[in-house]
Design a binder for this molecule. Structure first.
Ligand code: NAI
Ligand code: MG
Length: 496
């Protein structure tokens, strides 16, 4: 069984795709293209122009002209907001098509993309459209001790930071494009977006919708290509004012180096995680399904996946066996098969990486209560896996696996668990399951993580700031917090 492809999707994957620069579709300067594979089969899905330093430079120049000379910068905030709102509307009007593209390119079930990725992306633009008219400075009374009797009028202006480079990953391709583009457009920046080489298609389709919504040429440029070439060129470009990045901590550090070695561009980084999910013995039974969803959603390819499951001793066996039962019952298959509950990992590389972690867990003495290996021999499938008998120093406990693999361990008390949960170089998310609200909030305060979910997991909203403590990143995405990362503050003082 398979979802019938939308006619637009058939046409879209049947044609080679170009770069979107200054409102025009162009081949790469080198003429090179790359293949984006269908992860359910490993076969080529579509051909895409491969952007490199020269194309990035062209896109940055277009974004600079659009920023400096308008018409984007001359639109009123209200006009800008209405255009951004229209992007959200167009995403909803093309929801089936975008969800199918996402499923084909990334491997995730169509139903999940249709229910989560696409409406969340639309909602992000709708939410950010409202902020376009609410970017404000302050008026400030000042004292100036060395100018007694002087009278001043001081205020701040909050201005767009300028030309922004945005580098996004493949796990939520459309949604990550939305998280990045929405706030940049709301404050009046212009953008060069580099989608992940594994999943360029939905960002290219979005570029078309953005143009249709009335965003002027050069304001949003989309340049697919590889990280080491196109991504690195964006990170080190002398005329990019800021880079917003989502991806691995390893590449995040390279981007910090590139910014330091070039123009000290501003950075925000949304990086890896190894998020603890903590189940107390007084939790509702729903915690079992909650713990399974926390790790298995999006095949574990979530920066915030609940990949360390800690269960209070008296209920350890019950909860962990329950999660293992769910793991064994999950139906794997192509994202376009409506009976599929979990699709393939995104790429051959990711399959090898996750398999390497499973091998390391095995050799260090962990036990697989469910799964533990590859599923089938076609496409990039991994069995949903639950590992026990782990030690805190094992690689599978310390490092981000980014696949459907959870490590489970017992804990005894509230006093002990905060330190165990915080024993990680990451600090992105955390889950707490309990009926005792004081315990939940007391623990929430102690956790060094940017997001804490109580009796739920993977709840995202455009209004909620999202980002990491420690090596999970710098800055926040979404909510009004993100706007600070796309603006500069100017203090203006007049002697009256
Ligand atoms: P990655 O960090 O290499 O890729 C993310 C983005 O960065 C892609 O667009 C890529 O082209 C770009 N990139 C790569 N090297 C670059 C460079 N030198 N300069 C500028 N841009 C560069 O992630 P990858 O290799 O796809 O996955 C590796 C691991 O990273 C995963 O197993 C997972 O642990 C983590 N990851 C975390 C994500 C998150 O949401 N925080 C998303 C994707 C991966
Ligand atoms: Mg990489």
């Amino acid at each position: 069984m398979t979802v019938t492809l939308d006619r637009n999707v058939e046409a879209f994957i049947g044609t080679p795709h170009q770069l979107f620069i200054d409102g025009q579709w162009n081949d790469a300067a080198s003429g090179k293209t790359f293949e984006t594979p269908n992860p359910a089969t490993g076969e080529t899905l579509a051909l895409v122009a491969e952007g490199d330093a020269e194309d990035i430079d062209r896109a940055v120049r277009a974004a600079r002209v659009a920023f400096d000379e308008g018409p984007w910068s001359r639109l009123t905030p209200s006009e800008r907001g209405r255009i951004i709102w229209r992007i959200g509307d167009l995403i909803l009007e093309h929801a089936d098509e975008l969800a199918q593209l996402e499923s084909l390119d990334n491997g995730k079930p169509y139903a999940v993309a249709r229910a989560a990725d696409v409406p969340l992306a639309a909602d992000l633009f709708h939410y950010m459209a409202g902020w376009a008219t609410k970017i404000e400075g302050n008026s400030i009374s000042i004292s100036v001790p060395y100018m007694p009797g002087a009278n001043f009028h001081s205020y701040t202006l909050r201005e767009p930071i300028g030309v922004v480079g945005q580098i996004i990953p493949w796990n939520f391709p459309l949604l990550m494009a939305a998280w990045k583009l929405g706030p940049a457009l709301a404050v009046g920046c212009t953008v060069v977006l580099k989608p992940a080489e594994q999943t360029p298609l939905s960002a290219l389709r979005l570029a078309g919708l953005i143009a249709e919504a009335g965003v002027p040429d050069g304001v949003v440029n989309v340049v697919p290509g590889f990280g080491e070439t196109a991504g690195a060129a964006l990170a080190s470009h002398m005329d990019v004012d800021k880079v917003a990045f989502t991806g691995s901590t390893e590449v995040g550090k390279l981007i910090v180096e590139a910014a330091g070695a070039s123009n000290l561009k501003k950075l925000t980084l949304e990086l890896g995680g190894k998020s603890p999910n903590i189940v107390f013995d007084d939790s509702e039974d729903a915690a079992i399904e909650g713990a399974a969803n926390a790790i298995f959603f999006n095949h574990g390819q979530c920066c915030v996946a609940g990949s360390r499951l800690y269960v209070q001793e008296s209920r350890f066996d019950e909860v962990v066996d329950g999660v293992a039962e769910i793991a064994k019952s999950i139906r794997l298959g192509s994202g376009l098969d409506p009976t599929t509950q979990m699709g393939p990992l995104v790429s051959d590389e990711q399959l090898r990486r996750v398999s390497g972690f499973l091998e390391s867990g095995r050799s260090e003495g962990a036990t697989a209560l469910a799964g533990g290996g590859r599923y089938g021999d076609r496409g990039y499938f991994i069995e949903p896996t639950v590992l026990t008998n782990t030690r805190p120093d094992m690689k599978v406990v310390r490092e981000e696996i980014f696949g459907p693999v959870v490590v489970a361990a017992p804990f005894s008390s509230l006093d002990e668990i905060a330190a165990v949960a915080n024993d990680s170089e990451y600090g992105l998310g955390a889950g707490i399951w309990t009926r005792d609200i004081s315990k939940a909030h007391a623990l929430a305060k102690k956790l060094r993580a940017g997001t804490v979910w109580i009796n739920c997991y993977n709840v995202f909203d455009a209004a909620l700031p999202f980002g990491g403590y420690k090596q999970s990143g710098w800055g926040r995405e979404m909510g009004h917090e993100v706007l600070n990362n796309y603006t500069e503050v100017k203090a203006v003082t007049t002697l009256l």
